[in-house]
Design a protein around this ligand. Structure first.
Ligand code: ADP
Length: 486
């Protein structure tokens, strides 16, 4: 079963979550630094405005003084209007500076400028202008020097303010520069880190998801082309590894089913053919054997030996025909409850009588009963025990182990001390006509497997406890109706 919420999904969510978090942090940091830089630039602009206002104030006071001087030189009131304009300009700039003053000292300087500016205005209006119009040179000279003093004071204060503001611009610039530098370094670090992390996540996804999926897809494509031996590496952790294992199991099952299908088809066609010709061949074979046996009674010497060969080969032909007929109807006959142990002992006794066991020790162990066609079951056990005895050879051992299954069925394992089955022969054991023996028909195991399957069971081959082959016949439990009949 595949887990529903897989570890790959969790890992992908984690990786993407971390990536999004990292990019969000990097963007948040960059935005905060941008806001800092924006604030700094704004303050820098304001400081620049203050410097400009202070310098303009110094210029405006000089301008105001120029109109005072013109009034004295021309000796009339023609520059009063211009003086008022300059005065208004000085007033406006003083107001602006008052609003922009940052600390007590700056505010005191602005107040000083205001006071001196007001005094300048009063001197011009109340003293200097009347004295100029009255041509009172002595007063004009006296007031002029007072005016000059006030103008110098205002100018000095305005320039001091400009200088001070200019200094603050320097420190603002240094601050903004530091923020810019820091922001750039951090943004570079975070974006570089996020990029490296993104590459890591990409490689991780490539390794843990994309590559296994590509392998699965290649495997599926090979399977679609009919390559049933295709297998996918199962070493990926998580559900993709499990999917690969499922895929391999499915391919193996498909291969086994296809092999069974081919085997059944082969058996069916062999059976159809056999059923058609067996009858025709059996009769002439019977006639040949009859005549050979009559002739054998009369013959002597080399002729008797030759007739023995003819008889043996005719018997072999009969066995082949019988085998083919068995293949065509493996499930022929009624089922009944059979003692497996009794059948095994009977089979061993019959083989011994027929001198087919030679010097081979055969042990029968365990007991169980099964639903089977007695003659068919006997035929299977006969084939398996005879093969095992032939493989074990003189002085060898065969063990027949009978065991009831937990689910009510039974199994009979026939092991021998022979050389075992070669790995390259293992897949062909149950094919009709596969034999490694010079006088074999290659039908024994094919017929036995067909009979086992007709009973709903099967025969499996592997290596047994005596070092040679082990053939295990598995018989399924009887159905409920049969149990009721018993
Ligand atoms: P046959 O006995 O006529 O060859 P079978 O179908 O009974 O036909 O057996 C097919 C082949 O399986 C044998 O030729 C032999 O190579 C192999 N075989 C069967 N039983 C054994 C066994 N117990 N040990 C080793 N090989 C075996």
């Amino acid at each position: 079963m595949l887990p529903t919420s897989g570890s790959t999904t969790r890992k992908l969510l984690l990786a993407f979550g971390a990536l999004v978090a990292l990019f969000t942090a990097a963007s948040g940091f960059a935005l905060a630094r941008l806001a800092d830089i924006h604030d700094g630039s704004h303050q820098l602009r304001e400081a620049g405005n203050r410097v400009r206002d202070a310098l303009e104030l110094a210029t405006a006071v000089r301008d105001q003084y120029a109109h005072v001087a013109h009034t004295i030189i021309l000796g009339n009131a023609s520059h009063v209007h211009f003086h008022e304009e300059s005065r208004a300009r000085v007033e406006a700039l003083t107001r602006s500076l008052r609003e922009q003053a940052q600390d007590e000292e700056e505010r005191a300087w602005v107040a000083d400028i205001q006071e001196n500016g007001d005094a300048l205005e009063r001197l011009y209006r109340d003293s200097l202008l009347p004295a100029v119009l009255a041509k009172d040179h002595a007063t004009v000279t006296a007031v002029h020097s007072q005016v000059l003093e006030r103008v110098s004071l205002v100018q000095a204060r305005a320039e001091s303010l400009a200088h001070r503001f200019d200094n603050s611009i320097g420190s603002f610039e240094a601050h903004v520069g530091a923020v810019e530098h820091n922001s750039f370094r951090w943004a570079l670090l975070l974006l570089g880190g996020a990029t490296l992390f993104a590459i890591g996540v990409g490689i991780y996804i490539g390794n843990s998801v994309a590559r296994p999926v590509a392998r699965l897809s290649e495997g599926a494509a090979r399977l679609a082309q009919g390559d049933l031996d295709t297998r996918i590496p199962e070493n990926d952790p998580g559900e993709l590894g499990q999917l690969a294992a499922q895929f391999n199991r499915m391919t193996e099952a498909l291969r086994t089913h296809q092999a069974q299908l081919v085997q059944h088809e082969k058996l069916a066609s062999v059976g159809r053919l056999a059923a058609g010709v067996a009858h025709e061949i059996n009769n002439p074979l019977g006639v040949i054997l009859g005549y050979v046996r009559i002739l054998q009674r009369k013959a002597e010497g080399p002729l008797a030996e030759d007739l023995k060969v003819v008889e043996d080969e005719a018997v072999r032909c009969q066995q082949i025909v019988e085998g083919l007929l068995d293949l065509s109807r493996p499930g022929h006959g009624p089922m009944e409850k059979v003692s497996v142990r009794e059948t095994c002992e009977d089979v061993v006794a019959r083989l011994r009588e027929a001198e087919r066991l030679g010097q081979v020790e055969v042990r029968v162990e365990g007991t169980a009963s099964a639903w089977a066609q007695p003659l068919r079951l006997r035929q299977v056990l006969l084939n398996l025990v005879r093969n095992a005895a032939e493989a074990a050879g003189t002085g060898g051992t065969v063990e027949v182990r009978i065991e009831p299954d937990k689910d009510g069925g039974a199994s009979v394992a026939i092991s021998d001390s022979g050389p075992g089955v070669k790995p390259e022969d293992r897949r062909r054991l149950f094919e009709p006509f596969f034999t490694t023996k010079s006088t074999g028909t290659g039908l024994g195991l094919a017929v036995s497997q067909a009979i086992a399957e007709a009973h709903g069971g099967r025969i499996e081959a592997d290596t047994g406890p005596l070092g040679g082959a082990r053939f295990t016949l598995r018989l399924p439990p009887a159905s409920a109706e049969r149990e009721a009949m018993a």
